[in-house]
Design a binder for this molecule. Structure first.
Ligand SMILES: Cc1ncc(COP(=O)(O)O)c(C=O)c1O
Length: 400
């Protein structure tokens, strides 16, 4: 009989993937389902990027490459970090992996010893704790509050640091809350880390380009250069360039860490797809003019969703600075009964009852480590969002 390894038994499968699968199954069974659970832009990869990939195939760029990225892509990434973040990295300080997710995974595999602790503010992107567990580490959670815009408070961060702390994982703008740290907020976090030189920081900047209004994106090594030597600045082409399926993520950091990550890749995935790497070169070096209009479109959708959710009885939805998610509280409905007769004991029951009653698929907050909330991805059309939010309002109005 097959038995999972003891290490893997500590790990749970991705809750967001499970929500998407459930919604797809209901749709296949004929139900009218609106999925607000997807974590990807609803528009296509721009044509000039597709053309670069087609050219790469025609030019025979179809062989193994250097394990952690072709020189042309590393050069494009160095230029991007300089241009957009004011960070100077050399190619020896760059890692390219098959997606942003493997960048983080490789960093954890490369650095954690059994029992090493990784501080993860909640709500967190679902994969962080489980990647830490796979690598033999121990996730240590620091809860944030909606009233503080879901940002970690420096005193609480400092209280969570122990001699075993290896990393802090920061994610701004955040999946699932959309919260983004302003420069002063990053500086306050950095000041804590400066007092604890053994703690490194992995900053997940995947949603850098999706910030709204006059919010100015900053990354921690830019705000506090003294942390540069112990920061892994991670990013990727998935969200900004609508390239989730191409699987290219990257990071800049100290060369010894980058070398260790390369060693992990050399004995596991080897290089990311050569064709995707050439597409990513074009994404980073080519025209960037479509990014801002996309962000503006997401901003309009955010405003629509926040406003409609705040009109739903029992819900309360903060206005986030970025990404394409909102993280409303359903505290006002806990302990009540859904129109289907289901008891709403927690946010998982709320999401189940909403799907059952109105066919709207969201992801419950417990999956992101902070309850009672739920995550909505608004990376879908305005019409569908209006319909979904009207259904949520109807559902909440019928709960008693
Ligand atoms: C915060 C965050 N980091 C990393 C990733 C992973 O991105 P990729 O699809 O490039 O692996 C995601 C994707 O959902 C994300 O939301």
């Amino acid at each position: 009989m097959f038995a999972e390894s003891a290490g893997l038994r500590r790990v749970k499968p991705s809750a967001t993937a499970a929500a998407s699968t459930k919604a797809r199954a209901l749709r296949a069974a004929g139900r009218d389902i609106i999925s607000l659970d997807a974590g990807e832009p609803d528009f296509d990869t721009p044509d000039h990027i597709k053309e670069a990939a087609i050219k790469a195939i025609r030019d025979g760029k179809t062989k193994y490459t250097d394990v952690d990225g072709i020189p042309e892509l590393k050069a494009a990434i160095c230029a991007k970090f300089k241009r957009e973040n004011g960070l100077a990295y050399t190619p020896a300080q760059i890692n390219v992996s098959p997606g942003g997710k493997p960048v983080i995974f490789n960093a954890m595999m490369a650095s954690l010893n059994p029992g090493d602790e990784v501080i993860i503010p909640t709500p967190y992107w679902v994969s962080y704790p489980d990647m830490v567990l796979i690598a033999g580490g121990e996730p240590k959670f620091v809860a944030t509050r909606a009233e503080q815009g879901f940002k970690v408070r420096p005193a609480e961060l400092e209280a969570a640091i122990t001699p075993r702390t290896r990393w802090l994982i920061l994610n701004s703008p955040s999946n699932p809350s959309g919260a983004a740290y302003a420069a002063a907020e990053l500086k306050a976090v950095a000041d804590v880390l400066l007092r604890h030189p053994h703690v490194w920081v992995l900053t997940d900047d995947m949603y850098e380009h999706l910030v709204f209004g006059d919010f100015a994106f900053r990354t921690i090594a830019q705000v506090e250069p003294a942390l540069y030597e112990r920061t892994l600045t991670m990013n990727g082409v998935s969200k900004a360039y609508a390239m989730t399926g191409w699987r290219i993520g990257y990071a800049g950091g100290p060369a010894p860490l980058i070398g260790a990550m390369r060693k992990v890749m050399s004995q596991s995935t080897s290089n990311p797809s050569s064709i995707s790497q050439w597409a990513a070169v074009e994404a980073l070096n080519g025209p960037q003019d479509f990014i801002r209009p996309n962000a503006l479109m997401f901003e309009e959708r955010r405003d629509l969703v926040v406003s409609m959710l705040n009109q739903a009885r029992g819900l309360s939805c903060p206005t986030p600075e970025g990404a394409f998610y909102v993280y409303p509280s359903c505290a006002g409905l806990i302990g009540k009964i859904a129109p289907t007769g289901q008891a709403i004991a927690d946010d998982r029951a709320f999401a189940d009852a909403l799907l059952e009653s109105e066919g709207v698929s969201v992801v419950f907050g417990e999956a992101f480590g902070l309850s009672p909330f739920f995550r909505i991805s608004y990376a879908t059309s305005t019409e569908l969002l209006e319909d979904a939010c009207a259904r949520i309002q109807r559902f909440c109005g019928a709960v008693n």
